[in-house]
Design a protein around this ligand. Sequence first.
Ligand code: GLC
Length: 445
Amino acid sequence: MKKLLIILALNLLFFNAFSQVHIKPEEIKDKMQWFGDAKLGIFIHAGIYSVEGVTESWSFYNKRISFEDYMKQAKGFTLKNYNPKAWADLIEESGAKYVVFTSKHHDGIAMYDTKINNQSIVKKTPAKRDMITPLFDELKNKNIKCGLYYSLLDWSHIDYPVFLNDSNRYEIENDYARWNKFRDFLHSQIVEILHKFNPDLWWFDGDWERSAEEWEAEKIRNIILKYNPNTIINGRLQGWGDYATPEQNIPVIRPKFNWWELCMTINESWGFQHKDLNFKSPYEIITIFVDVISNGGNLLLDFGPREDGSIPEESVHVLKELGAWNKKHEEAIFETVPGFPPGHFYGPSTISKDSTNLYLFLAGNPQNQITIRGLMSEIESISVLGSNNKVNFKILGKIDWSEVPGLVYIDATKENDIDKYMTVYKIKLKSPMKLYRGHGGFYID
Ligand code: GLC
């Protein structure tokens, strides 16, 4: 019974989450264009939590460390090896087209010189400087879009109701004046960030603690869009965002949203943690990335820099390997759309926007023939991206009086053409892709 109630409650939550979406895709499709084409973004969780390597903000909220000790980390945040130019070079090398940087996490410490309060790395740490401006300058030179993460909730703010997982400062219902004070702070900081950085994308977080009305989410959206109507807002604004943000896990079924983005860590932590050596391999990252794009999403891949501003070598390795693979296969990735719907090919695929070039992604060693089904358009050629060597294919089982297309059997490629992560076949079609989606002929009613 208890289990049933939990399932019902979850269903209700799920339903509510979708029934609350206020933004219509057709109204935002122009401004979402670059985002849909971008495919890869880099998420950066920088903060004082990297000093002791504790979980960003959650460690004091969940009482793994006292609030005082958490805040003391500020003394060790030096940024003495911070090199924004090298960061931007690495991000560009990875193939990413946008960045999302933590302007303020749930701990309330701004990573730039906020004038609204004293809670910033400029005022509280030996680094004494704004981390965002120099990075954004470098990224803009490279035409990489600049987004900012911003936590609506602020567990260290004296007027924010929630403090630790078992203690609140007050309840809003009992003290609206105090809540209004916090909300004024929140809205002023958003305006400050807007004027200072004019981010291409706002990545809100922490909206779950309050309702849209309490945050005045619609007003926040309007403030941002009035300043810059092209700004993109993620889906963590209680129904007032533009796109969905699943976290850490690939959706199993292709999401119905027009735009979505999987945010995922390279190891298991958003911020830098010395002890977390559980890094995903380039192969794992690349196969996940391909799964995401073949289902119409973007990957927002996160790393956490150290307190001195250096990037862990393991993350650098992954970003470089991913970048080399992206470069070799870029026409199959960027500015494409999802390829086959399920049923035509056992694997991920994308297609060019004009529907004439299909890309099949083959994990591991494609040493056998592969098959595609239900392809009505005629194939001009099949080649391997990288070498551009042709691959032979034949059509099996085509019956000339039936509309059902034959099976396409594609030969294995030469060993030299196999990519160490994922090999990509390009199928050039003679006309835009048409698919057969029927049951295959005779059957009994
Ligand atoms: C979660 C966590 C937060 C992290 C974010 C990134 O919402 O609260 O720590 O920054 O995910 O997606």
